[in-house]
Design a protein around this ligand. Structure first.
Ligand SMILES: [Zn+2]
Length: 93
């Protein structure tokens, strides 16, 4: 009867959790970019409520993307453009 008991639990809890983590880290980009479906968001949110490592992963990725986005906004205006605007202003003066 002992074998039947173990058959009811074919996977160790850790294995199941790790599979979830892989799934979650795979959809991390979609979540941050806001491109995940509501089902994926639900699954994701539910998982990071219970999984600290995925939660931290998400925070780090969000921070990283925020930094990159902020950096891109700054370099979007090149110096030459600023100078040509300044020149135009002086032309009109
Ligand atoms: Zn996880």
């Amino acid at each position: 009867m002992e074998s039947k008991f173990t058959e009811a639990y074919p996977k160790a809890p850790d294995e199941v959790k790790q599979a979830d983590c892989e799934k979650v880290s795979g959809m991390l980009d979609l979540i941050i970019d806001g491109e995940a479906s509501s089902e994926e968001k639900l699954y994701f949110n539910h998982h990071i409520e219970e999984c600290v490592s995925c939660f931290e992963n998400h925070q780090k990725q969000k921070l990283l993307k925020g930094l990159v986005a902020g950096h891109l906004k700054r370099v979007i205006v090149p110096k030459s453009l600023v100078q040509s605007i300044k020149a135009k202003i002086q032309e009109t003066l």
